[in-house]
Write a protein that binds this ligand. Structure first.
Ligand SMILES: Cc1cc2nc3c(=O)[nH]c(=O)nc-3n(C[C@H](O)[C@H](O)[C@H](O)COP(=O)(O)O)c2cc1C
Ligand code: SF4
Length: 516
């Protein structure tokens, strides 16, 4: 008998280890020949711990399972939590899983499992194509950075490849600071060889010899999985010198961040790796030309690297076939907050925001009407339900003052007080500001005070004007997007929910195009 139990942190948090231990113990007592595989999560978090039993028809799912269900699962009588064939669960069936194709299926630390499910075909093809054709493939895929700014990945790689320098670096941004996001963590814990392969392809395409994965300290399971996978890859000559018999020499080390949101900003992250306080560097020079230790550096989000093996293995067109407009391929959307079906939903760009929240997410967990959705992390705008027709697309979101960002969607029901959410955004900026530039360092504290006065009902009209002015200063005067984008949540709350600020409908807010 073969049973799969996730060992993803989200599953462990709700008892997956206890379920696995109970299955092992009872199987031994019953004399059953049990093979128990600890997989990663499928990303259907409301069903965790999601136990899967192999049958000739496919894997049958049970969830959410407790240790008390173990006996019935082994006997095939756990009907109360039986979900049928896992692949037929609508939340999973409706997805297009390119990046997360192996999630929940394989043992994350089994290299043979990884290879059996298509792993390392991308690197093999990249090595046979050579530098120019690999760069061309990444450019033609239309892949844009999944960390926030949506910059074309192929152009970034090409800039590093064309630079002449004694040393080049590949840096993976796994700081994943955005509220409601967890896709990076799922890659680190659930498919670490995918990230190693993606970074190695980047090294082969740019001539970099050293890589770093910068992981937030709150991800101990991800750090451990990455370290173990790196050791296995080194043993198997998938890292080190002459990788797979090629001329590529490349190794990767893990670096652990200390928990500052701003350390996810690429230049602050580089400062942090270099051993300094995480403060933003002025650009130019861009990291692609002068990055880590002053050398040309590819810095990409975990999901950007994780998309690469598919693109190289299947070809750019297979990826670019999905999506709309300039948003090509798939996005692992992360549904969180007050939502019934929270989890990871990978889909081609173009799906309507409301479809994601209401139909796929199932509306709120509280059962009350949805009032707002914050898209793109703490610097992203709040969308009211009136804008639920917005297609999930970089340009469509920007046109409505929003942000795709790292793919997070945080749902709120009708009990939310949007003035308090605006205050939270300003206070977040004040707490997380690196302090380098005045609009952000001082403006965010003054902004919090102004919102306090609005909430308290002091001279509301004048204070709302002052808040709008201050947001203009933050938008155009800040050195990086922490100060520059904080106006998005603040002004979207004020624009779409003026009644929460005790105000009449406010004038339209012009939010500038996303830039870093
Ligand atoms: C305040 C701030 C925090 C950020 N946090 C992250 C983060 O946690 N992870 C990430 O990948 N990018 C983050 N970014 C974006 C990075 O600066 C950078 O654009 C990204 O790592 C580039 O990779 P990509 O092109 O693959 O998206 C942040 C940016 C800012 C301004
Ligand atoms: S906007 Fe804020 S976080 Fe960014 S450089 Fe200025 S002070 Fe630092």
């Amino acid at each position: 008998m073969k049973i799969f139990v996730p060992r993803d942190a989200a599953a462990i948090a709700v008892g997956a280890d206890r379920v696995a231990a109970a299955l092992r113990r009872l199987a031994a007592e019953k004399g059953l020949d049990l093979t128990l595989v600890r997989t990663s999560s499928r990303g259907l978090f409301w069903l965790e711990p999601l136990v899967e039993v192999e049958t000739p028809a496919g894997r049958i799912a049970y969830g959410p399972a407790t240790a008390a269900d173990a006996g019935a699962i082994l006997d095939g009588t756990a009907t109360a939590i039986a979900l049928g064939l896992v692949e037929e669960i609508p939340f999973l069936k409706r997805q297009t899983r390119l990046t997360f194709a192996r999630a929940g299926i394989t043992d994350p630390l089994s290299l043979s499992d990884y290879r059996a499910h298509g792993g390392y075909r991308g690197l093999e093809r990249a090595l046979s194509l050579g530098i120019e054709a690999t760069l061309e493939e990444v450019k033609r895929s239309g892949l844009r950075g999944r960390g926030g700014a949506g910059f074309p990945t192929g152009i970034k790689w090409e800039t590093v490849a064309r630079a002449t320098a004694p040393r080049k670096y590949i840096v993976c941004n796994a700081d994943e600071g955005d509220s409601g996001t967890f896709a990076d963590r799922m890659v680190l814990e659930g498919d670490p060889f995918l990230l190693i392969e993606g970074m190695t392809i980047a090294a082969a395409a740019t001539g970099a010899t050293q890589g770093f994965v910068y992981i937030r300290s709150e991800y101990p399971h991800g750090i451990a999985a990455m370290e173990q996978a790196l050791a296995i890859a080194r043993q198997e000559n998938l890292l080190g010198t002459a990788i797979l018999g090629s001329a590529v020499d490349f190794d990767i080390e893990v670096r652990v961040g200390a928990g500052a949101y701003v350390c996810g900003e690429e230049t602050a992250l580089l400062e942090s790796i270099e051993g300094r306080r995480g403060q933003v560097r002025a650009k130019p020079p861009i990291p692609a030309l002068r990055g880590l230790f002053g050398q040309p550096t590819v810095i990409n989000n975990t999901l950007s690297f994780a998309a690469i093996p598919f693109i190289l293995a299947q070809g750019a067109a297979a990826y670019a076939d999905f999506g709309m407009g300039r948003s090509r391929g798939t996005m692992p959307v992360q549904l969180a907050g007050n939502v019934k079906h929270g989890g990871l939903f990978e889909t081609g760009f173009g799906i309507a925001l409301g479809e994601l929240v209401e139909n796929i997410g199932g509306g709120t967990a509280s059962g009350r009407p949805v009032r707002a959705v914050q898209a793109g992390g703490p610097l992203g705008a709040y969308f009211p339900t009136a804008q639920f027709d917005t297609p999930y697309d970089y340009e469509a979101f920007t046109a409505r003052g929003g942000l795709v960002g790292h793919g997070g969607l945080v749902v709120f029901d009708d009990t939310v007080d949007m003035a308090r959410m605006a205050r939270f955004a300003m206070e977040f900026c004040a707490i997380e500001s690196c302090g380098k530039c005045t609009p952000c360092r001082i403006g965010s504290t003054r902004g919090t005070e102004v919102i306090d006065r609005i909430i308290a009902g002091h001279d509301r009209a004048a204070n709302i004007t002052l808040l709008s002015d201050l947001c203009e200063t933050l938008k155009f005067g800040s050195l990086c997007a922490l100060g520059g984008f904080t106006p998005y949540p603040v002004m979207s709350a004020l624009t779409h929910f003026p009644e929460d600020f005790g105000a009449p409908p406010s004038p339209a807010v012009a939010v500038p195009a996303a830039a870093e």
